[in-house]
Design a protein around this ligand. Structure first.
Ligand code: HEC
Length: 105
């Protein structure tokens, strides 16, 4: 491999880690705040998958704010009979980052 190829390769890797950065961070936030115990990106656990939540609120511009309020207060009856306990300890900044990420899944 020539030096030029090496330079191109490291540029490509840098670009990759840049695009992977924010996504990873929000997934980590979901773990840190305990959401991942009940929610996974692509399959139902205790709560709906992020993918299903994203599909349900697609096109709803106010979804991040309204869902943030619901998650803090707890929710029930939208997805079935299992309730989500109030998630009062998560900070608003973390919560909005997690929900915005979840809605992109
Ligand atoms: C103990 C399990 C549990 C934990 C922990 C949990 N959830 Fe949930 N979540 C649920 C269940 C169950 C539902 C479905 C509630 C319903 O049917 O209204 C739900 C629903 C949701 C919804 C959709 C709400 C709606 O009205 O459509 C969002 C968004 C959500 N959770 C985000 C989060 C976030 C963010 C966290 C972490 C801060 C979190 N959840 C932690 C179980 C959990």
């Amino acid at each position: 491999m020539t030096m030029k190829h090496l330079a191109l390769l490291s540029l490509a890797l840098a670009a990759l880690s840049l695009t992977a950065g924010p996504v990873q961070a929000s997934e980590d936030l979901a773990k840190k705040n305990g959401c991942a115990a009940c929610h996974a990106p692509a399959k139902k656990v205790v709560g709906p998958s992020w993918h299903d939540v994203a599909a349900k609120y697609k096109g709803d511009a106010g979804a991040v704010d309204s869902l943030a309020g619901k998650v803090k207060a707890g929710g029930k009856g939208v997805w079935g009979n299992v309730a989500m306990p109030p998630q009062a300890k998560v900070s608003d900044a973390d919560l909005k980052a997690i929900i915005a990420w979840a809605l992109s899944q």
